[in-house]
Design a binder for this molecule. Sequence first.
Ligand code: ATP
Ligand code: MG
Length: 481
Amino acid sequence: MPTGSADGRALQLGQLPEAVAGVLARLGDAGHQAALVGGSLRDLLRGSAPGDWDVATSAPPEQVAALFPGATWENPFGTVTVRATPGPVSVEVTTFRVEAGYRDQRRPDEVRWGGSLEEDLSRRDFTINAIGWIPEDLRSRRGLLVDPYDGAADLQRGVLRAVGDPDQRFSEDALRILRAVRFATRFGLELDPATEDALRRHAAAAGTLSGERVRDELLRILGADQVQAPPSRAFAMMERLGLLVVVLPELQAMRGVPQAKARPGDALDHSLRTADALPAGDPYLRLFGLLHDLGKASTLGDGHFIGHEVVGAQMVEAILRRLHVPRVEVARGRLLVRHHMFAYAGEWTDAAVRRFIRRVGASSLADLFALRRADDVASGVEEPQSGGLDELRARVGVELATSPLSAGQLAVRGDDLINELGVRPGPIVGRLLAELLEAVLENPALNERDALLALAHASLARGPEATTGGAGTHRPARSRP
Ligand code: ATP
Ligand code: MG
């Protein structure tokens, strides 16, 4: 039940942009109630710049859409997205909601509008998100703060508290369990004790959420600021609440897996540190850092984790699919985990560097180096001055700039093999080209038309077995030199 000031306390919102004030004004001029609500108001009260703007109104969605030409209205929850100017600024205008029935802990069965601002606030998740601001004079940005659950005070005290009965809140929508972790860590808030108890009781319900909703929430958690809210803090909180074992059981299984590293802790501590050491601007890369060592839980033996990168790559692929991660990110994650154990040494020949580039793929090298750097930081490893990552990066740069590294860069094409050597079009052409590329990776000086035609001719003369084994037949050992 409401405890705070529902009647409203005067507040001037000097930071409210012209575009958002314009949306509130147009709704008001048309005779509707309209209030700034949600995350944008919370952020303004914290003194930070909101990412998106939320407005709640008494106007039904059709009327909102009619007031703002070009507005889009895509979802069944009555949210109309307005592109307001100057800016343009995106403003989400949502009709006051009254919801009934949450049978499956995932989505309301039914959404009705026609309620009041107070009713609308009462169905929001946390007190800090359940505050409204009703404009009185938009030109001077003066208005009234409607704060029935004392969210502004919680924000000041640094407390995250569910609106009303926390058990009811979390059983209505299990996503709020993950949102609690995100808000608490992002804003450095303590969990209110009753809210925390309810989170523990409801943690298992997070297992009923769709992969997409979990994915989006995890990405937001992972995209939080490095210093203020490193991912390790959120995942430690998830573990403490019994939530990690529900959402990412494979990661929880790393707890207690011993590690012999300069920095203390087990494989889970190491994973969390690795995520922290990756850039917030690339949440997927942070996710891959978090998951890069998963294979260790099942490959521990004699203090080594033989083949953990192979097992780990399969595990990561399964998790990413479960989270409905886009296919390109699944491929990216699998590849990075698969290759994260490369062991560069100064003795590598230039050909070994070229084979490394081929193996990993030129476009994945920057990611792989970033992951290794983070892995080093998390392990307390100093890269050596020579024979280290920087040296490999420099040598890779030279090879990429100067050496042929793909079939497309060969001095002959398939047509040349067909016209000059009488090869029949078909798979054999590709196999010959692959063989020529292997030779050129070994010795770039061979990348010259006559030399390559001679090589191909010799290969054909050796007989079909020379080219039927596929690209691998003449490939030098793939292992490290
Ligand atoms: P962010 O800064 O990440 O945008 P936000 O608080 O604005 O955080 P949104 O998902 O944009 O979060 O939602 C806007 C507002 O809608 C929230 O502040 C909250 O009041 C309400 N809300 C969103 N999702 C839920 C939910 N699952 N249950 C209850 N209220 C919710
Ligand atoms: Mg928002």
